[in-house]
Design a protein around this ligand. Structure first.
Ligand code: FAD
Length: 455
C-alpha cells in the first residue's frame, strides 16, 4: 500500500483533511478540485459562510496539530439565544460543564488552513479540474479543465471521492450499477443573509451564542463571525403560504421580516437586495450503499452521507470519517479490506446522524418554543449532575463528546422516554420524583464506557 498513488476528488473540507493525513504518511496524493483555488479567488456570496465546529471536528484537527492555527478564528458558542416573536430573549446554556461549547468558524478560513497544510504535507493540488466521469474497471477518470473546457483521461490506482453532496463519483457508481442510492430532498431550502458589525466592529447581538428565531414551520438562525458580523440563515419551505415562493419582491420580504423577525429586521440593512440576489440553497440527505467499488474507489464525507445541517454535524462527521480512515491505515494491508471496514463502521453512524439531524430541525424551529421542552431541559441538567456517567444528554453526546452517533441515538431514545415519564404530571423541575428518576436511570442506562464517552 505504501507505494500507492492515491487520487482524491474534491479539495473541500474532507478532501483537504484526508489529503493531510495521507500525505503525512508519505503516500503520493493527487487532489482534483473543480473550483479555482479559493486562496486566490473569492467564494461566491450566500453559500454557508460559517459553520459550527464541535468535538469530532476538533479532535481530527488536534490530531493533525492544526487546531492551534484556527483558534484565533473561532468564536465560542456555549448556549443558544432564543428570540421570541415579540423580540424577547431567552438564553439557554448547553450544559453545566465548561466543555459544553461549540465554535463558529468561517468556512473560507478553515478550508484555506487545510489547503495550506495539505500542500505543505506534500499533496499535489490541481484546481479548476473537475471530475466528469469514471471507468472503474479500467481505473480511468475523466477530468475537465474548467478554464478552457478541455477534457482528458487519466489512470488511477485507487480513488477517494470527497466531491460533496452532489458527488459526480457517487452518481457514476450508481449509474454503473456498483451501488444503490437516493437523495432525499427536504421541502425546505435556505437563504443566507448578513448582520454587519456595528461601529468599531461591535456585535449587534450577543457574540457568544447561536441565535435562533424559532417560528414553528420555519426558523432563522445566526452564527457570529470574528469581524463582529453574523451570518444568518433562513430555513423556509419552498412552497406554501409562507415560503420562498411567496417572497419574490422587496415588499413581501420586508413584510415577512417585520411580522416574523421584528428584532432582526433593523439589523440587516441590505435585507431585500441580499434576499433577492442570494441563491436559495437546497437541503437533503444522501443515503447510499455500498460506499465503494472493490478496493478501487471509496466515497467519504458528504459524497457518501450528506445530512441536513440542523445538528451542525456534516463537516464534523466528515472529519471523523477522516480520523477513522487514518486509524484503519495502521490495520490493513490492502485497500479493499480497509474500505470494507471503513464502510461497515461508518455507515450505521452516518444513518444515525442523518436521522437525528432531521429530528433536530423540529426541535430548533418548534420544540424550543414549548414550556415542556424547557422543563425537560432543566430535568436533563439535574439528571446529568446526579448521574454523570450514565445520563448525558443526546445533544451533548453528539456535540461535546465523540460518542458514536449510533450509541447516542439509542441512549437518547431511552433518556427521552425517562424525561417523558418524569415530566408527565409536573410543571416545575423542583417537583421531579428523584427516587423514580434514579431508579429508572440505573435500571435502563449502563455507565458510558470510556470508548463511548470520548471527550
Ligand atoms: C447551510 C449549511 C450549513 C451547514 N452548517 C454546518 C455546520 O454548522 N457544521 C457542520 O459540521 N456542517 C455543516 N454543514 C455541512 C458541511 O458543509 C458539509 O458536511 C461539509 O462541507 C462536507 O465536506 P465535504 O468535503 O464532504 O464536501 P464539500 O465541503 O462540499 O466539498 C466538496 C468539494 O468537492 C468539489 N467538487 C465537487 N464536485 C467536484 C468534481 N466533479 N470534481 C472535482 N471537485 C469537485 C467542490 O468544489 C468542493 O470543494 C452545513 C451545510 C449547509 C448547506
Amino acid at each position: 500500500m505504501r507505494s500507492t498513488k492515491i487520487t482524491l476528488i474534491g479539495a473541500g473540507l474532507a478532501g483537504c483533511l484526508l489529503a493531510i493525513y495521507l500525505a503525512r504518511r508519505r503516500f503520493s496524493v493527487q487532489v482534483f478540485e473543480r473550483r479555482p483555488d479559493m486562496r486566490k479567488h473569492a467564494l461566491p456570496a450566500g453559500r454557508s459562510i460559517n459553520l459550527s465546529l464541535s468535538a469530532r471536528g476538533i479532535h481530527a484537527l488536534q490530531e493533525l496539530e492544526l487546531y492551534g492555527k484556527l483558534e484565533a478564528h473561532l468564536l465560542a458558542m456555549p448556549g443558544r439565544m432564543i428570540h421570541g416573536e415579540k423580540g424577547e430573549l431567552l438564553y439557554q446554556p448547553y450544559g453545566r460543564d465548561p466543555s459544553a461549547v461549540h465554535y463558529s468558524v468561517g468556512r473560507g478560513i478553515l478550508n484555506k488552513v487545510l489547503l495550506n497544510a495539505a500542500e505543505s504535507a506534500g499533496a499535489e493540488l490541481f484546481f479548476a479540474t473537475g471530475c466528469t466521469g469514471l471507468d472503474f474497471e479500467n481505473g480511468r477518470l475523466f477530468l475537465r479543465n474548467e478554464q478552457d473546457g478541455t477534457t482528458q483521461a487519466q489512470t488511477f490506482e485507487t480513488l477517494i471521492a470527497m466531491d460533496g453532496a452532489g458527488s459526480v463519483v457517487r452518481h457514476a457508481m450508481i449509474e454503473q450499477g456498483h451501488i444503490q442510492g437516493s437523495d432525499e430532498h427536504l421541502a425546505h431550502g435556505y437563504k443566507e443573509l448578513t448582520i454587519p458589525a456595528g461601529p468599531n466592529g461591535a456585535c449587534r447581538l450577543e457574540k457568544n451564542a447561536l441565535h435562533i428565531w424559532p417560528r414553528g414551520g420555519f426558523m432563522l438562525i445566526a452564527l457570529p463571525n470574528t469581524d463582529g458580523s453574523f451570518t444568518c440563515t433562513l430555513f423556509l419551505p419552498y412552497a406554501g403560504p409562507l415560503s420562498f415562493e411567496t417572497l419574490r419582491d422587496e415588499k413581501s420580504v420586508l413584510n415577512f421580516f417585520e411580522t416574523e423577525f421584528p428584532d432582526a429586521l433593523p439589523l440587516i440593512p441590505n435585507l431585500s437586495d441580499d434576499f433577492l440576489a442570494h441563491p436559495t440553497g437546497t437541503l437533503g440527505t444522501v443515503r447510499c450503499f455500498p460506499w465503494r467499488v472493490g478496493g478501487k474507489a471509496l466515497l467519504l464525507g458528504d459524497a457518501a452521507h450528506a445530512v441536513v445541517p440542523f445538528h451542525g454535524q456534516g463537516m464534523n462527521c466528515a472529519f471523523e470519517d477522516c480520523a477513522v480512515f487514518n486509524q484503519l491505515l495502521d490495520k490493513h494491508q490492502d485497500w479493499e479490506s480497509l474500505y470494507l471496514e471503513f464502510e461497515a463502521s461508518r455507515k450505521p453512524n452516518a444513518e444515525a446522524i442523518a436521522d437525528m439531524a432531521l429530528e433536530n430541525y423540529i426541535e430548533m424551529r418548534d420544540a424550543v418554543r414549548d414550556s415542556k421542552f424547557h422543563l425537560c431541559k432543566k430535568i436533563e441538567w439535574l439528571l446529568e449532575a446526579r448521574h454523570t456517567q450514565r445520563f448525558i444528554s443526546r445533544y451533548a453526546m453528539i456535540m461535546f463528546h465523540r460518542t458514536p452517533y449510533l450509541i447516542a441515538q439509542a441512549r437518547g431514545e431511552i433518556q427521552s422516554a425517562i424525561l417523558e415519564q418524569l415530566s408527565a404530571s409536573i410543571d416545575r423541575v423542583e417537583d421531579v420524583d428523584l427516587e423514580l428518576a434514579d431508579k429508572l436511570i440505573v435500571e435502563k442506562l449502563t455507565p458510558l464506557s470510556e470508548e463511548e464517552s470520548l471527550l
